[in-house]
Write a protein that binds this ligand. Structure first.
Ligand code: DGJ
Length: 710
């Protein structure tokens, strides 16, 4: 950043700063006589010209102007009543911060840093902004420095707050769920009061994604509705709070939640909060999804160039019953069908006949691989496939050799019983010795064997989360330490083993956020692969995350979860909507089914680049009889449509000559598009206004259409 001083002059600060993304402007001004910064405009370029839609604070009584202000970041003290982003004190003294603006540096309209100082307390706060190139995302975070001689206690230290005008109250859209039911798109209206989502599970969790979209409740969710979104880049405990404020705005605050309920900031120390990604689209939730997809392609960087290989994973077929013979049988069939990568899931290591043991002792079980693990891996590779392995590096079984050697590596509270979740305990990955053990384990496995794919799983939250003997609890920050350890190991994988593809998983979708997405290649949204359940999981997921990150398997139907059967085509089209994998017990599949699968895999390989790089349109919802996803190739040459009949046959689908229609989005009305399979030619206008037709029958319930622009 080229520093450019914007100190307040003549004692009356009134400065204003502009950040610009590809299509949006974010304007900030000093207010309150230089005591805080306010948002004055956020929206399409030009929105900053005109009076602020959020400025009503001068007309309030009984609360302070700071309470009513659309403040960018404001502490308790200065803002006494309506919810502050920072709560700080000297230990034992009154809480409260009263600061003043002291400095600003900016880098054109791309980056900004606003500094506020409370000299009496000894605290400076730098509000940091960065517009992400090629996207409509602004990253925001805060750096808090203790400048006095006395340490500070921080009870709340959010990353940022965003203020959104919502005259008639707000429509909040969030992604909620539980294990095997993640990413359910959930909407609620907030006219007054507070809405809060959080996780204290040491990971973002299955219950809520650290993601929120906000719209004015008076406008429809789709179409030309201004839509604002936030997503917190943090792999540990978090919270997001939305307050409907009296003046017709919603103020959303987001940040970490420390395990110890507060952190200490030592004299001279700086705490940097996680980054909050702030996104805007003028085109409803569907448009906001495209903003997030583009941002995640940016996070993936050069690794976007690697085609995501068609995977076979053995978990649903063999569970813990892993041995070379059964795995090779699966591998041969998978290779014949066109799979490019074979992943052995849980159960390959010593002491793991079931989920009661083995975790921590990461050595291939010689009883399962009698000719040696390398021999097994090379036989998989001889089939023309890459080889991948499941691992749960943070986990430890109480009966493992690792636990016998290092019981002190486990989170625990002295004198209290340890809760077992899935029969296992959790390593304190915040400890450097534990991180070093995990790094050495991964280096050994990746060095000793020809492994090009790792699935990193995590199946239990920290319960008794202590580190006995490590000094006063109030000076620990176990959650941040665990996250730092997790990211250190992932960063090591990326730099030391760049050829290895990494899949992120936490009992399904328990740890999916931008820090993980930036360091992995794909993530596993849910253990639930049942066709109709999966459709709504993926529908929610695609609102927040990009298709190239969405690992998805074709499994048997009816299978482990939802018993409603759907066709093989349905399951293939559903998995092809992201990164296609197979997880079924293909040993039981008759020849015709394997042949059909081979055809689907071949078709997917032809269009996966469009799926992973294209602009997405989410068409209808899984609650509709027909829904789909459209992917438009950059440059618009091909448009791929994945479409499903969800089984609701009300409406038109089974009436001959009256097919169901899916209206596509944003195509060039004058262009002509040819269906590559049928040869049918449509105009863009027809596809957008009348829709792409599907003549569903009871058996024909899904389609993958490739439209080639003429
Ligand atoms: C949970 C994961 O989500 C599953 O895919 C599988 O890997 C199991 N763990 C294995 O224990």
């Amino acid at each position: 950043m080229t520093p450019h001083d914007r100190r307040p002059h003549d004692g009356k600060p009134h400065d204003r700063w502009i950040l610009r993304t590809e299509n949006t402007t974010y304007a900030v001004a000093l207010a309150g006589d230089g005591q805080w910064a306010e948002l004055t405009a956020w929206g399409p370029h030009g929105v900053e010209t005109g009076p602020s839609a959020l400025d009503w604070s001068r007309r309030t009584h009984f609360i302070t102007p700071a309470d009513a202000a659309p403040a960018e970041y404001i502490p308790y003290g200065l803002r006494p009543f309506t919810g502050a982003d920072l709560v700080a004190q000297r230990p034992g003294e009154e809480r409260g911060v009263w600061w003043r603006f002291t400095d600003a540096t900016e880098d054109g309209d791309r980056a900004l840093r606003l500094v506020f100082t409370d000299e009496l307390l000894g605290l400076t706060a730098a509000l940091c902004y960065e517009a992400v190139p090629g996207t409509d995302v602004i990253l925001r975070w805060t750096e808090l420095t203790c400048t006095g001689d006395t340490e500070l206690r921080l009870e709340r230290f959010d990353s940022a707050a965003v203020n959104i005008p919502a005259e008639a109250g707000a429509r909040l859209t969030c992604l909620t769920g539980q294990w095997a039911r993640e990413f359910q798109l959930t909407q609620l209206e907030l006219a007054r009061g507070r809405f809060e989502m959080a996780s204290t599970q040491g990971v973002p969790g299955h219950a809520y994604a650290p993601w929120l979209a906000v719209q004015d409740a008076a406008s429809p969710a789709e179409g030309a509705t201004p839509t604002y979104g936030i997503a917190l880049e943090w792999s540990g405990n978090w919270h997001i709070t939305a307050d409907a404020e009296p003046g017709g705005a919603v103020r959303v605050r987001a940040g970490r939640l420390p395990h110890e309920s507060a952190v200490r900031l030592a004299s001279g120390a700086t705490l940097t909060t996680p980054r909050l990604a702030c996104a805007f689209s003028p085109d409803g939730l569907d448009g906001l999804a495209r903003v997030w997809h583009r941002y995640e392609r940016h996070l993936t960087g050069d690794r976007m160039d690697r085609p995501r290989k068609v995977l076979y994973n053995s978990w649903e077929a063999t569970g813990f019953d892993v041995d070379a013979a059964s795995q090779l049988e699966l591998a041969r069939i998978a290779a014949d069908m066109g799979a490019e990568l074979f992943v052995v899931d849980d159960g390959w290591f010593t002491g793991r006949p079931d989920d009661t043991g083995g975790l921590g002792d990461w050595h291939p079980d010689p009883a399962s691989f009698p000719d040696g693990f390398d021999h097994f891996v090379s036989r998989v590779r001889d089939l023309g496939m890459d080889f991948g392995l499941w691992i749960e590096p943070e986990a430890i079984s109480p009966n493992s050799a690792l636990y016998a050697e290092h019981p002190e590596w486990v989170y625990r509270v002295e004198g209290r019983p340890a809760t077992l979740v899935r029969n296992q305990l959790l390593l304190d990955l915040g400890r450097v010795d534990v991180q070093d053990f995990v790094l050495a384990t991964l280096d050994r496995l990746l060095g000793d064997h020809d492994i090009s794919y790792l699935k990193w799983d995590m199946n239990r939250p920290p319960t008794e989360r202590g580190r006995p003997g490590a000094g006063p609890v109030e000076r620990q920050d176990l959650d941040a330490a665990h996250v730092a350890g997790y990211l250190r190991v992932l960063d090591h994988l990326r730099t030391e083993h760049p050829h290895v593809t990494v899949e992120g998983c936490a009992g399904g979708g328990g740890r999916i956020e931008h820090a993980t997405i930036a360091r992995t290649d794909v993530v596993w949204p849910s253990d639930n692969t049942a066709p109709l359940d999966r459709l709504s999981i993926q529908y929610g997921y695609l609102h927040a995350h990009a298709p190239h990150t969405m690992s998805s398997w074709v499994t048997d139907s009816p299978g482990v979860f939802d018993p409603r059967p759907r066709s093989l085509a349905f399951r293939f089209v559903s998995s092809a909507a992201g990164v296609l994998g197979i997880g079924a017990d293909i040993r039981t599949w008759p020849e015709e089914r394997r042949a059909e699968a081979a055809e689907w895999i071949a078709r997917y390989k032809e269009i996966r680049e469009v799926i992973h790089h294209g602009e997405v349109g989410l068409l209808n919802t899984p609650a509709d009889a027909t829904c789909g996803v459209q992917y438009e190739e950059p440059g618009g040459g091909r448009v791929v449509v994945t479409a499903w009949n969800t089984g609701r046959l009300d409406g038109a689908p089974l009436v001959p000559g009256r097919p169901a229609r899916l209206r596509l989005r944003g195509l060039d009305a004058a262009a002509r598009y040819r269906d590559a399979a049928s040869g049918q030619v449509y105009s863009g206008a027809h596809l957008v206004h009348s829709g792409l037709p599907f003549a569903w029958t009871e058996r024909y319930d899904a389609e993958l259409v490739v439209l080639v622009r003429q």
